[in-house]
Design a protein around this ligand. Structure first.
Ligand code: 6R9
Length: 655
């Protein structure tokens, strides 16, 4: 059978629509006219957004795109990000406003106002200078979710040092390669943090990592758990060095293109890619998108993004975006099920959170745990709820809307990447009539389209490759130390276009639906079938909470669909039986058509995921094709693959 002309099949039909609540539409920060204004004058639109910030020197040119794909935004302009995120608000009379309501996992709390944050950041900046860190140096940060983490990031930004935050869950080896690649001078860490009800040490991992990293001069350690740590010559305690510093520090004006941070993406093979973000364009787009997509009203809203700061979502939407907008945020250290499965909802009730931003993986976990848990809490303060990290299945979207958003809050499904720095495709909560499962339209000022393999835009109803057509302010500037790899990885698949690696489709209205990574697309009897659509069909069965599908080599169809399914807690006893598997296969065939019927379904207790909750289908392909399982180092929980392997004998094949 020859490969069909279509690039990616469009199988899933969805007719539910959720228009914005009238009150929100009325008072929204951003209304429909923004699209037209941005279309008419894209650079003028972004200049207007840059004016939301305080610049010490105005830019000469909005965009220099004379040497693509190397962009410069707000050329010649100067500003300081820490000043914009902290001091500016204090000067404007908001020093008493809470910046972070911090909640430790054991239940301890800290409240930091903008004035407190100014003091802490200035002291930390002075400490960095005392430790020999200078403008242009790199600082690795390996910390739990405690206030010293954003304080450290802002202190770096204040003096012009470039930070590289490494996920607290990563191994010594992963930390070492990231330190080496960036040639970091200092590591900031903690003795440990709290996870799942007990202290989880970090310092020993740092000790191991820095054994062979000559660039590291000092290790700055926050005491969080009080557990015993080994002392080395290079170690200094945060409370010894930072606490005695002056609370006065003059923020350094920095060039708009000054490197703000490097964040490594966990590529599946080879050297991790150090994604480089710079100053003026980045802050402009994170501030604008946080204002537009979440409709933040800084005087009255309480905003909570449940991500880890080690993920780009935390950088842009726990630290830089919310602080640039003077928001009051919640920051939580621990896991959602400690000490009980209602912890998140308890936090929303306690702080009267009005805007909540989380990931589909969390939403599907809550679906699995059952509706009765969130029902025990008062979530009536919520008004906008968001999702990021993976395609949100329509059923998960509707569950989120009903059980968390009281069928009243708009759900904003936000598509973006470490590389894009900020949200690119998303509904606007006061404008868009949301469709469950769709990221909808590029935001004002952003150009995205779905193209076929010849880079031609697909017609409405068609599927293909998601590309970005024009440079955007918060785009990555390069891969740290490797311009060539930057060009090759992102700009060479389609001439003049940024290719994100994701498959997508445009529906009959031209709205965009993300269909997963193109590397995961399954070629079944000549049809390119997206993992997302089959997973969404499975999750639409009332007894299914979560699923992952992969293509496994098949002698008849080329590839065959193999599905891994986690049943809902309420599904009952019969989920292991042959009848249930048959019912699920029929359900998929009815929803999407017979072509999408899985050859095989395995019931599993967990799925392999990264720390940011993305399903690692590569490992499931190994299982489906009976290979030994590949590299598991970036898994959040490396024991998950054992749980799945134990289930293998019960794997059921074609009936
Ligand atoms: C922010 C972030 C990027 C990849 C991206 C895509 C997936 C993120 C999504 C989504 C569908 C969404 N992704 N948001 N897919 N709908 N709303 O996740 O960055 O960790 O670099 O991952 O995540 O596949 O290409 P990052």
């Amino acid at each position: 059978m020859s490969e069909s002309q279509e690039t990616l099949s469009n199988l899933l039909q969805e007719t539910r629509r959720f228009p914005p609540p009238a009150e929100l539409a009325e008072s929204a920060n951003v209304k429909a006219d923004a699209y037209e204004r941005a279309d008419a004058d894209r650079l003028g639109f972004w200049a207007e957004q840059a004016d939301r910030l305080a610049w010490t020197k105005r830019w000469d040119e909005v965009l220099d795109w004379s040497n693509p794909p190397f962009a410069k935004w707000f050329v010649g302009g100067e500003l300081n990000i820490a000043y914009n995120c902290v001091d500016r608000h204090v000067e404007n009379g908001h020093g008493d406003r809470v910046a972070y309501h911090w909640e430790g996992e054991p239940g301890d709390t800290r409240t930091l106002t903008y004035a407190d944050l100014q003091t802490e950041v200035a002291k930390a900046a002075n400490a960095l200078l005392e430790l020999g860190v200078r403008k242009g140096d790199r600082v690795a940060i390996y910390m739990p979710m405690i206030p010293e983490l954003p304080i450290s990031m802002l202190a770096c930004a204040r003096i012009g040092a470039t930070h590289s935050v490494v996920f607290g869950g990563f191994s010594a080896d992963a930390l070492r390669t990231r330190i080496e690649d960036a040639e970091a001078k200092l590591v900031i860490t903690a003795d440990g943090g709290y996870r799942r009800g007990k202290p989880s040490a970090l310092k020993p991992t740092v000790d191991e990592a820095v054994q062979s990293t000559p660039s590291i001069e000092k290790v700055l350690v926050v005491r969080r758990t009080g557990e015993q740590v080994e002392q080395h010559e290079r170690d200094v305690w945060w409370h010894d060095v930072v606490d005695r510093q002056s609370a006065e520090h003059k923020p350094e004006p920095l060039d708009s293109e000054h490197p703000l941070y490097i964040l490594y993406t966990s590529g599946t093979t080879g050297k991790p890619k150090g994604i480089l973000h710079t100053t003026g364009g980045y802050l402009t787009q994170v501030a604008y998108t946080h204002h537009a997509v979440f409709d933040l009203k800084p005087e009255t809203d309480v905003y909570w993004c449940s991500a880890d700061i080690g993920w780009v979502t935390g950088h842009s939407y726990i630290v830089y975006g919310p602080l640039a907008n003077g928001a009051t945020s919640v920051m939580y250290e621990g896991t959602p099920d400690t000490p009980h499965r209602g912890r998140w909802w308890e936090i929303i009730q306690k702080y009267k959170v009005s805007i909540f931003y989380t990931a589909p993986t969390a939403i599907r976990t809550f679906m699995k745990w059952g509706d009765d848990i969130p029902a025990q809490y008062d979530l009536s303060s919520l008004r906008v709820i968001g999702s990021v990290g993976e395609p949100i299945n329509p059923e998960a979207y509707v569950w989120y809307r009903e059980h968390i958003g009281a069928s009243r809050c708009p759900v904003v499904d936000t598509w973006w990447q470490t590389e894009t720095g900020a949200i690119m495709i998303s509904p606007l909560p006061g404008v868009t009539a949301g469709k469950p499962g769709a990221a909808m339209r590029p935001l004002p000022g952003i150009s995205a389209d779905v193209v076929d393999d010849q880079a031609r835009p697909v017609p409405n109803g068609g599927g293909g490759f998601l590309t970005l057509q024009e440079p955007w302010p918060s785009m990555l500037r390069t891969i740290w130390g490797d311009d060539e790899r930057y060009v090759k990885t992102y700009w060479s698949r389609f001439e003049g276009l940024y290719f994100a690696g994701d498959g997508a489709k445009k529906d009959e209205d031209g709205d965009i639906w993300l269909l997963g990574r193109v590397d995961d697309v399954m070629l079944v009897s000549g049809h390119n079938i997206s993992t997302t659509e089959v997973e969404s069909a499975l999750v639409s069965h009332p007894k299914v909470a979560e699923s992952a599908v992969v293509g496994a080599t098949d002698p008849v169809t080329g590839q065959a669909i193999v599905a891994f399914v986690i049943p809902r807690g309420s599904a009952g006893e019969d989920v292991e039986g042959e009848d249930f598997l048959k019912e699920l296969r029929e359900h998929v065939a009815r929803t999407l058509g017979p072509i999408a019927k899985p050859r095989q379904i395995m019931i599993v207790p967990e799925l392999p995921k990264t720390r940011s909750g993305k399903i690692m289908r590569r490992l499931l392909r190994d299982v489906a094709e009976n290979r030994s399982i590949g590299d598991v180092t970036t898994l959040a929980d490396s024991t998950v693959m054992n749980l799945i392997a134990e289930k293998l004998p019960s794997a059921k094949s074609e009936d």
